[in-house]
Structure formats: C-alpha cells, structure tokens
Design a protein. Structure first.
Length: 392
C-alpha cells in the first residue's frame, strides 16, 4: 500500500478534514481534478438506495467531472426528500467554492442510516476541505472516509499507454455491511490516462465483477455502495491500450477488495474461497460466496476448527448444480475430501494451519473450466460487539 495513492496520478488534489459528523477524527474528504475528467461509477443493487447514489447515477458516465465530496459518519440514506436536497446542497456548495459546475461534482456518504445530515457542519467541512486541497492530501482523505475501519485502504498501479507513463490510484473504505453486488463500501479511483467515459465505464464495471463483487464480510449489501472513477487525461496519451489499462485497474481494485476483507469488523483472518470446476464464473462465485457468507464456516475459521462439513453443506445450498461425488476440498495444501469422500488427515495439522492469518479454502466441484475466488474474513466475538454498539 502506498499512502496518498489517490493523488499519485497527475492533476489530482485531495483533502481530509474534520466537520464534526463523527464523534472523533476526520470525517469529510474531497478529491479534485485540476482539469475536466471522464467519470464512471458502479453502485449498490440494493433497492433501498442512499441519496448520493441516486444523485450520482444521474451524473455518470460523464466527460467533465471535476470533484467528489465525501462525508463519513452519516449515510444520508432513508432520509426522503430532505436527503436528496442535502446531497444536492453538498454538490452545489462544493461547486461554488471550487468555481465549477454543480453537475460536475459527485457526492458520497457513509455511516448511520436514517438520520439527516447536520448541514451546518457539512458546509463548514466542505469549505475547510476546499481550502485544504493539496497534492499530499490523499493519505488523510483515505482516513477521512473510514467508519468502523481500523486502517485506511489504498492502492496504485503504473503502466505505459501510447508511449506515456500513466498511473491509477485508489482509496476505499469498508469493514462491515459488506457484500457488494455492487458493500458499506466506497471506493474512489483516479487516473491520469486519457480514456472516454463509455470505455472507462466498461472497464470499471468489468473490474468490479472480479474484485468488489467477489468480496463479502457479512453478507449484507449496503444502501450506499459506490465505486467512482475519474480519468483526467493528463498523462498525455492520445490512444489507450484497453488491455493494459484493464490490467492496471484490476490490480488496484483487487488490492482494495482484499484490504477490505482483511479489515472486516472484528476479523482475525483473511480468507480466500477458491472454487474451480464450475460451468461458469457466476456459478463458481455463487458457491464461493455462499461458503464465505456462512456464519458456521466463518465461526469455525475463527475457532480454528477443521469442521470441513460446514464448507460442503454451504456449497450444497448455493443453488448451483454440481456432483457431490466429484468434490475435492483442501485447506491450504492439506487435502480433506477427495471424490466426495473424506481422506485421512491430521486434525492437529489443520488446526495449526487455521491458526494462521491467511487462509485458503480450495474447493473443486467438477470438471468444468470456470472458477472464481471470493475474499472474506472470519467472525469473531468482536464482530457482534462492534455491531451491537455501532449506533451509539
């Protein structure tokens, strides 16, 4: 992870300030492009959508976006018409202070659902964020978007396009209420590569499918999930190699998704659920997600319990047809099930493996050619404590 990744691409400034929305720490962030930028976005599929999601869906993809204003501590979701007015006010106030068009400002919120924003504090925070913009502001901006996160999440990649060096940088937040179908997750990605809004949207949507949409902490999809990306063209390329761009973008979104899973609320382990042998990526992902979202599997992982039956039981209720007699299951390199039947293994060895911080569950479900990997974490006592106390 590189601190300040979102401002590594040329022409981007950022800031993170305290407005007083949360009880402590920075709670407003601003990302600003010095020139008009192409924009794209991917949003929650939850029928209950926050005001910022509804607003942003009207504004991306676009070719002239300049800024993203973000608050944490309050989701501005389920707040009715007042919530929409407040989201538009956030964009309008940001635009006024930056001397840009309101339609060129995107808005994001995260935090408690069902409470209206304290707009006097928000406006003061926006003014402070605008005056604090700098090339070095990416690191504090990444902290300002956090809620129950224990650490910020940042990633970047450099690549060559049309003979020019280009950079993609990103920051994300998320620790609970995470099961994007595009989690409460937010991600903001910038690049200085020149690319059209439509191609940017296509690349972002494709990247999200194998990164954020392969991420789950607790199976709950938020009202506010958003991935927003800006591309301002300041790398100076005239053409774009979409394969090189896609590879660089995928490396950033994959890193951010893994960082979110590793920082799941109360998590003690980062877990990869790798399913192979399916007939389609979607089928493999569905099996992997069902395993990853199983409270029985997640608590067994926390307890370092080699209770592999929970894994197969979860796979079997995923709604995907496969032949149980063809199943092979490994934890790390340790084979537990072959051809649908248990094999001799050392429970002590498996217990020792599960005491580690990084766990791989590898499930072969047949002879198909497709697979998927889902990123998750365990359920500890702290997950219950954090979510029982979150509102207060």
């Amino acid at each position: 992870m590189t601190a300040g990744a979102v401002t590594l691409p040329k022409g981007f400034l950022a800031s993170g300030v305290r407005a007083g929305i949360k009880t402590e720490g920075e709670d407003m962030a601003l990302v600003y492009s010095e020139v008009p930028a192409a924009s794209a976005g991917v949003f929650t599929t939850n029928l209950v959508k926050a005001a910022c999601v509804l607003l942003n869906r009207e504004r991306v993809p676009n070719s002239s976006t300049r800024a993203i204003i973000v608050n944490s501590g309050n989701a501005n979701a389920c707040t009715g018409e007042q919530g929409m007015r407040d989201a538009r006010t956030m964009a309008c106030e940001t635009a006024r202070l930056l001397s840009i068009c309101e339609e060129d400002v995107l808005v994001a919120s995260t935090g408690i659902i069902g409470k209206t924003l304290p707009m006097a504090d928000v406006k003061d925070g926006i003014a402070n964020a605008v005056s604090s913009l700098s090339r070095d502001g990416g690191e504090i901006a990444a902290r300002a978007i956090m809620t129950t996160d224990t650490r910020s999440k940042e990633a970047f990649a450099r690549f060559e396009v049309d003979g020019k060096e280009a950079t993609i940088g990103g920051m994300a937040k998320g620790a609970g209420m995470i099961c994007p179908n595009m989690a409460t997750m937010l991600a903001f990605i910038t690049t200085d590569a020149a690319i059209t809004p439509d191609v940017l949207q296509e690349c972002l949507s494709k990247s999200v499918e194998t990164s954020f949409n392969c991420l789950t902490v607790d199976g709950d999809s938020s009202t506010n999930d958003s991935v927003l990306m800006l591309a301002n063209g300041m790398a100076g390329n005239k053409a774009v190699d979409t394969d090189a761009f896609q590879a660089a973008l995928d490396s950033v979104t994959m890193s951010l998704a893994k960082q979110i899973a590793a920082d799941g609320e109360g998590a003690t382990k980062f877990i990869e659920i790798r399913v192979q042998g399916a007939d389609s990526f979607e089928a493999a992902r569905q099996i992997a997600k069902t395993i990853a979202n199983s409270p029985l599997v997640k608590t067994a992982m926390f307890g370092c319990d080699p209770n592999w039956g929970r894994i197969l039981a979860a796979a079997g209720r995923a709604g995907v047809d496969f032949e149980p007699k063809a199943v092979n299951l490994r934890l790390g390199d340790i084979l537990l099930v072959k051809g649908g039947e248990p094999v001799d293994f050392s429970e002590q060895e498996v217990h020792g493996y599960l005491k580690g911080k990084d766990i791989l569950v590898h499930l072969q479900v047949g002879g198909g050619k497709r697979g998927a990997t889902v990123f998750t974490c365990d359920f500890s006592y702290d997950y219950v404590r954090i979510n029982a106390e979150y509102h207060t």
